[in-house]
Design a protein around this ligand. Structure first.
Ligand SMILES: Cc1cc2nc3c(=O)[nH]c(=O)nc-3n(C[C@H](O)[C@H](O)[C@H](O)COP(=O)(O)OP(=O)(O)OC[C@H]3O[C@@H](n4cnc5c(N)ncnc54)[C@H](O)[C@@H]3O)c2cc1C
Length: 342
């Protein structure tokens, strides 16, 4: 472990991931993006550095190295305990000075969406917000930044040919975090930051977590979602029962949320949450692109729909074509009788 001096790993393009720490714990989007940055950097023999800014870190930094970073820069300071865009931007700009980053990635979380535009402006470059796909162009070596555009009706792929760095925020759960390689070696650096950079005009008065109801569906291994096909709010009770038998949570399409059948924290899709559970069950959901944007990286997708041409069947691993009001109660009955088998 080193401290003080900021050193660069040798060779190639430099990829940076602005990690996220909440309450001392490293947020999963940090691992997702470090893993993806590693994959991209390997195509151009590049290096990956993750930067963690926080009040105090309780999680092991080595896990970030294990997910693909060559180097992790950690800055711990009381001024970083509660999110402060002004301080984060100043500290990040200082760290990145002289590094010549080629690519900078951050989560499209509330803080990532706030800090990265300010950082991009400070660095004199552009930013592609809210990406749902990243790749390297094999011909030009440019970062291909894909995101929904025109109301989510098309997927646009954006390049940054002139300015550097190429910067993007990426929706959490867009990529799967890699398995942690505990044998992977990397460098942990604690850069020295002048105290003036921690000064701020903003006074943080406190922090309150938003109520999530019975749990955040982004953290669940199983999500059972319902759409307009459920016809009435009471039908969600049946989905709730199925979800609880499977140890999961309940999601919904946007029309179901707009009809107030379920609250907004349950909405899956472009304007809701991106979920990547092991199993995603979509009942009475047609499979519009805006819904797929929120669930297509799920491990195993089960679609229940009475329309054999419903687009959801194109992404489903298992399609059950029929009336959900017959199929879901039968699934519940069977699970009650036989239990969940691994
Ligand atoms: C900018 C923008 C953002 C958006 N963001 C989101 C978002 O975040 N999330 C989202 O979900 N949508 C979003 N949408 C809306 C999206 O385009 C679709 O309108 C929506 O996903 C459709 O919801 P649905 O599948 O529940 O309804 P429908 O498209 O009406 O589908 C209902 C389905 O239920 C089936 N069905 C009906 N009765 C039964 C039955 N008894 N048994 C079995 N199947 C049955 C039907 O065959 C049909 O396929 C967005 C749209 C825009 C323009």
């Amino acid at each position: 472990m080193m401290s003080g001096e900021i050193r660069c790993p040798a060779g190639g393009h430099k990829f940076f991931v602005i990690g996220e720490v909440r309450g001392g714990q490293i947020h999963s989007v940090t691992y997702e993006l470090t893993g993806k940055a590693r994959e991209l950097a390997d195509t151009v023999e590049g290096s990956v550095t993750a930067i963690l800014l926080c009040g105090r870190l309780t999680d092991p930094v080595e896990a970030v190295i294990g997910s693909g970073a060559d180097r992790v820069m950690v800055v711990e300071h009381p001024a970083l305990t509660l999110y402060n865009q002004e301080v984060e931007t100043k500290v990040l700009a200082h760290i990145l000075e002289g590094e010549e980053p080629e690519v900078i990635l951050a989560g499209a979380t509330t803080s990532g969406r706030t800090t990265l535009p300010a950082l991009a402006a400070k660095l004199g470059t552009g930013l592609t917000a809210d990406c749902t796909g990243l790749a390297m162009d094999p011909e030009t070596g440019l970062l291909l930044q894909t995101r929904p555009a025109i109301g989510g009706n098309v997927m646009a792929t954006i390049k940054t040919p002139v300015h550097r760095p190429q910067m993007a925020t990426v929706r959490p759960r867009t990529f799967r975090a890699p398995e942690t390689d505990i044998l992977r070696k990397g460098e942990i650096v604690r850069p020295e930051i002048h105290s003036s950079l921690f000064e701020s005009l903003v006074e943080n008065l406190g922090f309150e977590n938003a109520p999530e109801g019975e749990g955040n569906i982004q953290d669940m291994d199983v999500v059972v979602s319902g759409g307009k096909g459920l016809k009435r709010p009471e039908s969600f009770r049946m989905l709730g029962e199925l979800a609880s038998l499977l140890g999961g949570g309940v999601g919904a399409s946007r029309p179901a949320v707009e009809a107030k059948w379920l609250g907004y924290p349950h909405q899956v899709g472009l304007s809701g949450k991106v979920v990547a559970p092991k199993v995603y069950i979509a009942a009475g959901i047609s499979g519009a692109v805006q819904h797929l944007a929120g669930m297509q990286t799920a491990g195993y997708i089960v679609a229940i729909n009475r329309d054999p041409d419903a687009p959801i069947f194109r992404v489903a691993d298992l399609g059950l074509c029929g009336d959900l009001f017959e199929i879901v109660p039968r699934l519940i009955e069977r699970l009650k009788k036989e239990g969940v088998k691994a």
